[in-house]
Design a protein around this ligand. Structure first.
Ligand code: ZN
Length: 244
């Protein structure tokens, strides 16, 4: 089974539910067919929204109405940044994906979650985006199940490629991911992993910028400097929201 994420600029933004069959590694295929596997649930917010959650404007110039606060920890993750607000769609997807990994790897160290957005969105110090509740900074899983308390620079010697891809692949399988920003050298590791798993070339080309070069405008996963210690995940604008 192979997931087929939408093109980054696809007008099809209506797909908001996770397709459990849209996963591609043996581990996740097992989870998808296991009736005990986690199902997509509504967001569990530490501070429930006081009205309908809305992402407004651009990720680089926008705001968030009635955001959902991601609890400081949950199944498979720990949040290490006070900017923990996002749309309910964003929180629901993240919680579903981290729970899926925790189900596959029951004794896994939690993945470190960094910045989402401020309570009402808007400019977030140190970031160019994260303004409209659709951006998440996610750490990589370290090899040997090493527990990380913050983001750590990753390379071939300390990156758990398989477990990290279980998380990133789950997020991609939702069809909600617009971009993932990741250091180009790390893209190579994940690309090789999926090649070994037999993922077809057209799917690899839709997912990865690699091997076209770190400035190529293709693929969902693209290079950005400063992303060897975390992946920046940008979700699409929910169909009912006034964002872009
Ligand atoms: Zn970021």
């Amino acid at each position: 089974m192979v997931f087929a994420p939408d093109e980054p600029d696809s007008p099809d933004r209506a797909r908001t539910s996770v397709d459990a069959d849209a996963v591609e590694t043996p581990h996740r295929a097992k989870a998808a067919t296991d009736s005990r596997g986690p199902k997509m649930q509504p967001a569990r917010c530490a501070a429930p929204p006081t009205g309908p959650t809305r992402s407004i404007g651009a990720a680089t110039d926008g705001r968030l109405d009635h955001g959902c606060l991601l609890p400081a920890k949950g199944a498979g993750y720990v949040r290490r940044n006070s900017a923990g607000w996002a749309t309910e769609e964003t929180v629901a997807l993240l919680q579903w994906a981290t729970r899926a990994v925790a189900t596959l790897y029951p004794r896994t160290a939690p993945v470190v979650i960094g910045a989402l957005s401020k309570r009402n969105g808007g400019k977030l110090r140190g970031h160019g985006s994260h303004q409209s509740g659709r951006d998440i900074d996610i750490g990589y899983f370290a090899s040997d199940n090493r527990r990380l308390s913050q983001f750590r620079p990753m390379h071939a010697g300390n990156l758990d490629v398989v477990k990290t891809w279980a998380l990133l692949g789950a997020l991609l399988s939702s069809g909600q991911v617009q971009y993932m920003f990741m250091d180009y050298e790390l893209q190579v590791r994940f690309h090789r992993h999926l090649e070994r798993e037999g993922v077809p070339q057209p799917t690899l080309d839709r997912i990865f910028q690699f091997p076209a070069g770190r400035t190529a405008r293709r693929g969902i996963i693209r290079h950005a400097s400063g992303h060897a210690d975390h992946v920046h995940v940008r979700l699409r604008c929910p169909p009912h929201d006034r964002c872009r």
